[in-house]
Design a protein around this ligand. Structure first.
Ligand SMILES: NC(=O)c1ccc[n+]([C@@H]2O[C@H](COP(=O)([O-])OP(=O)(O)OC[C@H]3O[C@@H](n4cnc5c(N)ncnc54)[C@H](O)[C@@H]3O)[C@@H](O)[C@H]2O)c1
Length: 319
């Protein structure tokens, strides 16, 4: 199967937080999208998508006339036969509970064509374990979108030991064709690619706090104002080549033994959880937050992601 053959995509749990954005991405990429939901009358996916598309139009990220074409590609149903029998790819976006994922995949296999690709949108669960209940395991892949899916380019495509190479490649190409920046994860490892990298950084940040080396805001600001400032343009391997592999080895020979390699989460993090200090939701976590500050943090993030999206579009156009 080639990515051009993936014309009809069904999203199970498509009215959820991730599902709506993912439906928008595939419909914007010219695919017919069916949202499988448990209750059609309660499903607000089209309304949610419509306001999201309006925001894209306002920001100059979408031409106005394209909105109706995108929305016309969306079909919503609770019927398993209607949802699955014509699908070329089914994307599972149900809650992160293995029993629910297993029940969903069993239902998918009952109605889907034998050549239909099954993709799981899980953030952390093992794709191999999710695929345990599927007979044709070679059709199963992981497809990990980041939140908000419509703005974050990366989608990790994860293969298991059983995944068919054509399924893997066609899924990767489909995402590229829909404007995403897919990455192939060749092994079904916990955290896939980007969450492993992200939490390696968090582990060291939280360790430095526990050790009294700096306070949370100072550590966050250090990241934002140093390598975080340039990381969209310069990530580790390119950076190592830029400064030279010799210097990189020299630094690693000196530094690695001093970095935290423990498996226990931070003691400060555990203490906050025990005290019910959740963060924005309760007004205190690692730092204190007024409602205004918490709202400002979210608004600033959103504005930054919009600007980054415009910059990425410009780069792609110029390439
Ligand atoms: N929220 C995130 O930031 C994020 C990021 C990346 C990946 N994910 C993954 O995406 C998946 C969906 O997460 P979400 O945040 O969109 O969740 P959500 O709760 O917003 O959406 C889940 C959807 O599944 C439906 N659902 C609930 N129980 C069901 C059942 N028993 N059978 C069928 N459908 C059921 C819900 O009605 C809803 O439409 C999860 O695997 C999650 O790990 C989430």
């Amino acid at each position: 199967m080639k990515h051009q053959d993936i014309k009809n995509i069904t999203i199970v749990g498509g009215s959820g937080m991730m599902g709506v954005g993912i439906a928008q991405i595939f419909a914007s990429g010219g695919r017919n999208v069916t949202i499988k939901t448990r209750n059609v009358s309660k499903c607000s996916a089209v309304e949610d998508m419509s306001s999201q598309l309006d925001m894209f139009i306002q920001e100059g990220l979408l031409e106005e006339h394209r909105k109706s074409d995108i929305l016309d590609r969306i079909n919503i149903t609770a019927d398993a036969i209607e949802a699955y029998e014509n699908a070329d790819l089914i994307f599972e976006s149900v809650p992160e509970v293995m029993d629910i994922k297993h029940a969903t995949f069993k239902e998918m296999e009952q109605y889907a064509r034998p050549d239909c690709i099954f993709a799981s949108g899980t953030s952390v669960k093992s794709i191999t374990e999710i695929a345990e209940v599927v007979e044709k395991k070679e059709r199963v892949i992981g497809m990990h979108f980041w939140n908000p899916a419509v703005l974050i380019p990366l989608v990790e495509v994860i293969r298991t030991e059983d995944t068919n190479e054509d399924v893997f490649q066609a899924s990767f190409d489909l995402l590229e064709d829909c404007g995403k920046a897919p990455a192939k994860c060749m092994k079904d490892v916990p955290g896939f690619l980007a969450n492993r990298l992200q939490h390696a950084l968090w582990r060291e940040a939280f360790y430095m706090l526990d050790e009294g080396i700096a306070d949370p805001k100072t550590i966050d600001d250090c990241i934002k104002n140093s390598f975080g400032f340039r990381v969209p343009q310069l990530a580790p391997f390119e950076n190592a080549d830029m400064v030279s592999t010799e210097l990189s080895l020299n630094i690693h020979n000196y530094m690695f033994e001093h970095l935290y390699s423990g498996t226990e989460p931070s003691s400060k993090l555990k203490e906050l959880v025990e005290e019910g200090k959740s963060g924005f939701a309760t007004g205190e976590g690692f730092q204190k937050w007024t409602q205004e500050q918490a709202a400002e943090s979210k608004t600033n993030l959103f504005k930054y992601l919009i600007d980054q999206t415009k910059y990425r579009r410009k780069q792609l156009e110029e390439a």
